[in-house]
Design a protein. Structure first.
Length: 233
């Protein structure tokens, strides 16, 4: 099991708002084969001038009732699986059977519950030393008798929403299809392979992100960019 850590440094504006307000948002990538897959807010948390974000390569799949409207995902049943395994769901409550799957690079979920569900990937994360429970970060509609597959991808997106109250009130488990504001995409697998520490910086006053020059593991994302590409590798 590999472990990853991103350190966020914030150059705070004069009003000091970055030290208090819960406006740091995280998303996580997931490769899968479903064209209607959507990204969910993985976490939102308070940040300070130096904030650590940690996670590892363990993977969970979850099942939940089919989505109705745009409500947040608040009730779900996570189950830890590895690539080369599948979960055959037999109840909307999330019970079922774990079996082998013939693709060693993917995880599969099969719906035998008798009605449509939604399924996706979930993971644990720790922000500023505070661990969070297993939280979904993508979702697929999953019809009865259908199967969907997922591939773990160690990429995260970080945003800091600065201005509008609407942005600051977006909760985890909400579908967000377009970037809330400029952000940074971090490919932890590349950084791990190159043996580099992942350190990024955000300037509150200018609303800009930066990272070490030449770092192949970081790139920018602009406000309004399509996040659904993040779950369609």
């Amino acid at each position: 099991m590999a472990e990853y850590e991103v350190t966020l440094f914030v150059d705070a504006s004069n009003d000091g708002s970055g030290a208090k307000l819960p406006k740091l948002y995280g998303f996580k990538a997931a490769g899968d084969n479903h064209p209607q897959s959507k990204p969910l807010v993985w976490f939102h948390a308070e940040y300070v001038t130096r904030t650590s974000i940690k996670w590892d390569t363990r993977s969970w799949v979850y099942v939940a009732k089919a989505r109705q409207g745009k409500e947040p995902l608040t009730s779900y049943s996570p189950r830890e699986l590895q690539c080369g395994e599948q979960f055959v769901v037999d109840s909307v409550k999330g019970s079922g059977q774990e079996l082998a799957y013939d693709d060693p690079t993917h995880i599969a979920v099969v719906n035998k519950a008798g009605k449509g569900l939604r399924a996706g990937m979930a993971g644990e994360v720790s922000v500023a030393g505070t661990p969070m429970e297993t939280i979904p970060y993508c979702e697929n509609p999953l019809a009865n008798e259908a199967m969907t597959t997922f591939k773990p991808v160690e990429k995260v997106i970080l945003f800091i929403a600065q201005s509008s109250a609407e942005e600051s009130e977006i909760k985890k488990g909400v579908v967000v299809e377009n970037a809330l504001s400029p952000g940074v995409v971090i490919d932890a697998a590349i950084a791990d392979w190159e043996g580099e520490e992942m350190k990024v910086r955000f300037n509150e006053k200018e609303g800009t992100w930066s990272w070490p020059e030449g770092a192949a593991w970081a790139r920018s994302i602009e406000k309004g960019d399509d996040l659904t590409n993040f779950v369609h590798f």
